[in-house]
Design a protein around this ligand. Structure first.
Ligand SMILES: Nc1ncnc2c1ncn2[C@@H]1O[C@H](COP(=O)(O)OP(=O)(O)OP(=O)(O)O)[C@@H](O)[C@H]1O
Length: 469
């Protein structure tokens, strides 16, 4: 049975006050309601509520501005902010000003109830809120109008200021790196370095030296002491992108950093202290990697404590409109308008490359339209679904190759480079298509092609398509 508490609800929408009052009274609480910050503050002083539920948009003084006054009036009772402006900045501002949690309108009553219960539960352990800090200028905006993105904003706001490791999951191109950067930017480490690292981009033989540094003579070629990325990120944040690619041996060392805050340079047993927050991202199912023995279970549990999941774009199609507008503005096509029918069509597409693919498609459309209103014909054709196989493509491919080979042999009967010439003729398109299909994700492209990532990297370099993606 819940202990009876007084809860103050401040919202100028009578229907919200009514619904919350009914829900919380049913929980056994005493609820008082107000429709403005001023009225709410009077009730707060009078009733000393155990929790305040405070709307952001209020007549006269808004909820975020009034928040510190509610904290002062209630001796730091927890405040749950309600807002219809679902952007990351509002969420962060609310949490920085001392809000305990955050609800975005429209919300489900069961979600509101869960949040209120949790907040009341935690209120006894609640720390005094930190002083307000000015927010850093934000150049890499995270756009999202969907409930899923609102939940992501809320999670970012709640974890940003802590030192917790966060695992960010989602398909390629869903914005994992952008989320990691936002966590850093809104944390107290924002003035210190933020270093995103993709283990797959590091030399596998030297990965530990890259991460933790080495001392002179540690291995052939180690001609001097060198700090690693953890040392360079001191005081800041490291994002380990595609954490699933980290070799098992290095996983042990990472676990040591996470658990004891310690590491050693390669070739030196002296432990060093790391003051670095570790964020990790993955687009594969780490649980499967644990089952297959490729990922350490202890590290998995250590990382999955706080998880932010970014759903694929096809599951949050409400974001397509705001994202298109955002990309047009960012690309200096802010005046370009989009036909409504375009959104209906874009919403039916699979977007396997997610937001990265949408961004490229919008860029393509804007260039083609040259300032006029965008229609669906300006966009690149929809990429076929993953299972689609073009009819008789194999047959026409075979005859094209046969014709090519016949011509080559006729041209130079003693040719010794025919095989490499053939590969050079066909492989670049294959690599480009597969890379486009994976939204530029090389690890997945290599997997699809059935070749090693290092081999893919070398071939991209050889065909000079290294920097196209
Ligand atoms: N919510 C968003 N708002 C605006 N831009 C976004 C959003 N999400 C992603 N983007 C843009 O889409 C592109 C891909 O995002 P990002 O690199 O963060 O994805 P990712 O999930 O880390 O991809 P990968 O797994 O392939 O590394 C970037 O250009 C990024 O700026």
């Amino acid at each position: 049975m819940t202990e009876k508490q007084t809860i103050l609800v401040v919202d100028d929408e009578p229907s919200i006050c009514w619904a919350l009052e009914k829900m919380l009274t049913r929980e056994g609480h005493n609820v008082v309601t107000a429709s403005s910050a001023e009225e709410g503050l009077q009730l707060a002083k009078k009733h000393q509520p155990a929790m305040v539920v405070l709307d952001v948009r209020l007549p006269q003084e808004d909820g975020i501005t009034a928040l510190p006054k509610f904290l002062a009036a209630t001796n730091n009772a927890p405040v749950v902010i309600i807002t219809a402006f679902g952007d990351l900045e509002t969420a962060v501002a609310a949490v920085k000003k001392g809000a305990t949690d955050y609800l975005t309108k429209p919300f489900k009553l069961e979600d509101a109830l869960r949040t209120c219960r949790l907040t009341l539960q935690k209120s006894s352990q609640r720390a005094v809120p930190k002083a307000t800090q000015p927010m850093a200028a934000d150049n890499s905006v995270l756009v999202g109008a969907s409930p899923a993105m609102q939940q992501v904003f809320r999670q970012i706001a709640l974890v940003a200021d802590s030192d917790l490791s966060v695992l960010i999951t989602g398909e390629t191109g869903t914005g994992k790196e952008l989320v990691a950067a936002a966590i850093h930017r809104h944390s107290q480490r924002s003035k210190a370095p933020y270093i995103p690292i993709a283990p797959v981009a590091l030399n596998l033989d030297l990965i530990e030296s890259e991460l933790f540094g080495h001392v002179k003579g540690a291995f052939t070629g180690a001609s001097e002491d060198r700090p690693g990325l953890f040392e360079r990120a001191e005081g800041g944040t490291i994002l380990l992108d595609e954490i699933g690619d980290l070799p098992l041996g290095t996983q042990v060392k990472l676990l040591r950093v996470l658990e004891q805050g310690q590491y050693s340079r390669v070739g030196d047993a002296t432990p060093r202290t790391a003051n670095v927050r570790v964020l990790a991202a993955t687009n594969c199912n780490l649980h499967d990697a644990v089952t297959s023995g490729e990922f350490r279970e202890d590290l998995f549990h250590r990382l999955t404590g706080v998880q932010i999941h970014l759903p694929p774009l096809r599951e949050r199609t409400e974001d397509i409109g705001p994202l298109c507008q955002h990309f047009l503005t960012a690309m200096n096509y802010g005046d370009t308008t989009i036909d409504e029918s375009v959104f209906a069509e874009l919403k039916t597409r699979p977007w396997h490359g997610n937001i990265r693919e949408l961004k490229n498609a919008v860029g393509h459309a804007a260039v083609v339209a040259r300032g006029r209103r965008l229609t669906i014909d300006d966009f690149p054709v929809a990429k076929p679904s993953r299972d689609a196989v073009p009819v008789s493509s194999t047959h026409s491919l075979e005859s094209a190759i046969a014709t090519w080979a016949e011509t080559k042999v006729a041209e130079d009967p003693s040719a010794v480079t025919i095989h490499s010439d053939f590969l050079a003729a066909v492989e670049p398109s294959l690599l480009r298509v597969v890379l486009r299909h994976t939204g530029g994700n090389r690890a997945r492209a290599a997997e699809m092609l059935g070749i090693h990532r290092g081999t893919l990297r070398d071939r991209l370099r050889a065909y000079k398509i290294d920097d196209e993606n």
